[in-house]
Write a protein that binds this ligand. Sequence first.
Ligand SMILES: [Zn+2]
Length: 421
Amino acid sequence: MSILIKSVLLNGKEVDVFIQGSIIKKIGKNLGIDRSSTHIISGKDKAIFPSFFNVHTHAAMTLLRGYADDMELHTWLNDYIWPFERKLTPEDVYWGTKLACLEMIKTGTTFFCDMYWHVDAIAHAVDEMGMRAALSSAYVDFEDPKKGDLFKKKNKKFFDSLPNVDKSRIKFIMGPHAIYTVSRDSLIWIRDFAKERKLYINIHLAETKKERDDCLKIRGLTPVRYLEEIGFLSNKCICAHVIWVDEQEMDILKQREVNIAHVPASNMKLCSGSFKFDKVLKKGLLIGLGTDGCASNNNLDMLEEMKIAALRAKMGSNDPTCAKSKDIFKCATQNGARMFQINGGEIKEGMVADCILVDLNHPQMIPHHNLISNLVYSANGDCVVTTICNGKILMQDRRVKGEEEIIKKNKAIAASILKRM
Ligand SMILES: [Zn+2]
């Protein structure tokens, strides 16, 4: 089925957008399209934009939303998050991921990069919801060689027979959690395995001062220099946080063409530190935007995240002219697509049909002086009325297929996990 979006606003002009298969086939005035096999959407009072690319999250942490707030990162992780996660079954993670997908679709996101447990269950949830994703299984060995060997075997087995899902939308990548939870030996193994299989690597890096100080004490190097020393860094690395880095480390990251996942809400909530948005951008590093998981945000709304990113950057550099709305919007859309070599993130002929329609009559979108400014600073995910991914409509007029069941299941599952604690 093809889709024709009639008379929709694109960059200030009213046009028709024709989607065929998974691609934006044609954009123009009054397109003469055979309507017999075409689904027509009215673009009246709507504007079309690329959908969002959330480059760092832990989707199924929706189940932990509101479970543990207002704590220091390491207490939060060790005493609350990890004990809760040890009780999660693949079934729980499947439904938690579906809830995350539902929330993302409702707020205009069609791609996310994930790291979590039970990746098989996650893959099936994403496949059924019709989204695009890069999924990694969390790899942690806590310096225990036995655990390291187990994870190596598990990963090899997993990549030898990947889940049966739509591989054009779903990529599988490596997910070493961080330098303080994964041994040097395992990091080197991951480096080689990823190179051999041409896989992306998703890792948390230089998130807290404690991580940097401990690394200096144990390895005699800062986290970025430590990874550089073992030849880990490349353009296939997606590094989340990257807060505790100096100028020279930014140069190393630039030289290795490392991709940065900036997660401002999580960094602020956990007081991890201040990401140097302006400096990192000026170095020419590719910055994408992520929400992190729902235990540290506590939602997956990329519109809200854009505003927080802009305000955080201005506050951090004491410069209101930095982190302009167009730069932030680019981080949330085309930069995320570029990182994962997806031909998307922009509304152009030949690109993948991953897009949203925004309600131009939504109070937060009025008036129309600057729609990008409205999206970054004013609106939230509610202004999105239609979400399309890979040429398929995932939400129309704010309705997503199966949403009632997802809500019902998640309420029941969250209650049942507490009983298992
Ligand atoms: Zn994370």
